[in-house]
Design a protein around this ligand. Structure first.
Ligand SMILES: Nc1ncnc2c1ncn2[C@@H]1O[C@H](COP(=O)(O)OP(=O)(O)OP(=O)(O)O)[C@@H](O)[C@H]1O
Length: 212
């Protein structure tokens, strides 16, 4: 059984002339990392918004982990989709420490369990000891790893990353691509990485899906 299924998705932004997404389908195996590759404006970020539940008025069907989150009769709200997101600008809350940022998304856990998961994910991204710092006290690469730690802390069924390498300098990129792939693989999280860069796609994914 496929872990994630997108079937014939169609979506048009308010006031737009034509469909931004017009019949998009994709199936992803459990633990697979997909790179969604395509030129600027082809609709990559829109697919992530649709998967996260940020756009209603989408037609088609979406299943995540065997459960329909979108169909003719179903619309599951973003917070109940079990989807983790890493934004292009990382989207860390600037007024919260690293610890607060990561623990924020952990629901239904005791304080001790939250602390344990915090330590686990910081170890995973090799940033133990920074929990009391604020995002602006970290480098770009470190912020990206904290954003990743925050997204995977609740053990999402699907991890979405929008251009996760765009703010990193070229020298760092290769190393960070490999690290990112290792971290996701070690947690076994099914993932979609959006990028316009073929090297980023090849360096991180198991399979490239072209959207052009
Ligand atoms: N809120 C919006 N309202 C109307 N049109 C939008 C909106 N957001 C995006 N679009 C349009 O939808 C199309 C797809 O945008 P999207 O951001 O998904 O592309 P993308 O492939 O992620 O591009 P990029 O790589 O530049 O981020 C573009 O033509 C864009 O102008």
């Amino acid at each position: 059984m496929m872990h994630v299924k997108l079937e014939d998705l169609k979506f048009k932004y308010d006031g737009a002339q034509s469909y931004t997404i017009d019949g998009f389908s994709l199936e992803i195996e459990e633990g697979e990392i997909i790179a969604l590759l395509g030129d600027s404006g082809c609709g990559k970020s829109t697919i992530l918004r649709i998967l996260s539940g940020l756009e209603d008025r989408v037609s088609g069907r979406i299943e995540i982990g065997g459960r329909a989150v979108l169909s003719e009769s179903v619309f599951v709200e973003p917070e109940h989709r079990n989807v983790g997101l890493v934004f292009q600008d990382y989207g860390l809350f600037p007024h919260m420490t690293v610890e607060q940022n990561i623990v924020y998304g952990l629901k239904g856990m005791s304080k001790a369990e939250k602390k344990e998961r915090l330590c686990e994910v910081l170890k995973l991204v090799k940033l133990e000891g920074v929990e009391k710092r604020y995002p602006h006290e970290l480098s770009g690469g470190q912020q990206q790893r904290i954003a990743l730690a925050r997204a995977i802390a609740p053990k999402p069924k699907l991890l979405l990353m929008d251009e996760p390498f765009s703010n990193l300098d070229a020298g760092l990129k290769k190393k960070i691509r490999e690290e990112l792939r290792d971290i996701i693989k070690s947690e076994g999280i099914t993932s979609i990485i959006v990028t316009h860069d073929l090297e980023d796609a090849e360096g991180t994914s198991d399979r490239i899906v072209s959207m052009n």
